[in-house]
Design a protein around this ligand. Structure first.
Ligand code: GRF
Length: 221
């Protein structure tokens, strides 16, 4: 059983989707054993408490640098024997030490179809403002592995929704959460926990159920 830590900063609706999926038995071979928040008053911590999952706070302001905070985060994850780190609305910048310690084991959800509307400044409602300003007809969400380069890690799953003529950023955000994010993230986490994600460069192959992980078969080329 893989141990999962979910990193949060705010409302935690994606955390809730994971907790709900877990209670329905949909996170196969994985268990959320920790929620780590960058803000002490995040509502996500309340969600963790309600689900009986231990919550931890790791605030950037308690450390002299992003690197010092990252090292403390890695220590905590190792202490808790975490196998998979899920960033679900985690708003604090982390440095490369996290990805070195957890190579291809840090997952993020982004509320757009990467490589569109991502990178610097593309967070929260800004993502949807950018999509509407661009006049795109579809947008969606992306679950990807996190690497040092912002929003550029290997893509695991994507799902699209229509952008409608009268959409506001708030309306589009909600549609993408409901129809994409809250479904994709639990699916990706479950696939990871079953060793069904084989990463080759920027490409992620989803292995059929029951197939040994690529590492055991010498890759999938
Ligand atoms: C989500 O839109 C997610 O895609 C982005 O941050 C937001 C977090 O929302 N990375 P919540 O805290 O899960 O409600």
């Amino acid at each position: 059983m893989k141990k999962i830590a979910v990193l949060v900063s705010g409302g935690g609706t994606n955390l809730q989707a994971l907790l709900d999926a877990q209670s329905r038995g949909e996170i196969v071979n994985g268990e959320i054993t920790a929620v780590i928040s960058s803000t002490p008053d995040a509502y996500a911590l309340e969600r963790a408490r309600n689900a009986g999952v231990p919550g931890h706070v790791l605030a950037r302001r308690d450390y002299p640098s992003a690197q010092a905070m990252t090292l403390a985060l890695v220590d905590k994850l190792k202490d808790l024997s975490i196998d998979l780190v899920v960033m679900a609305g985690f708003m604090t910048i982390v440095t490369g030490e996290l990805f070195a310690a957890y190579e291809n084991a840090v997952i993020n959800i982004h509320p757009a179809l990467i490589p569109s509307f991502c990178g610097k400044g593309a967070y929260g409602l800004h993502v949807h403002e950018q999509a509407l300003a661009c006049g795109v007809k579809v947008s969606g969400a992306t679950v990807h592995f996190v690497t040092e380069e912002c929003d550029s890690g290997p893509i695991i799953l994507q799902k699209a929704v229509d952008v409608l003529p009268d959409d506001t950023p708030e309306v589009l955000q909600r549609r993408i959460m409901e129809q994409c994010e809250w479904k994709l993230l639990p699916q990706a986490v479950s696939l990871f926990c079953q060793d069904r994600l084989a990463v080759d460069g920027r490409m992620v192959r989803i292995l059929p159920q029951g197939q040994p992980p690529a590492a055991l078969t010498g890759g999938f080329k």
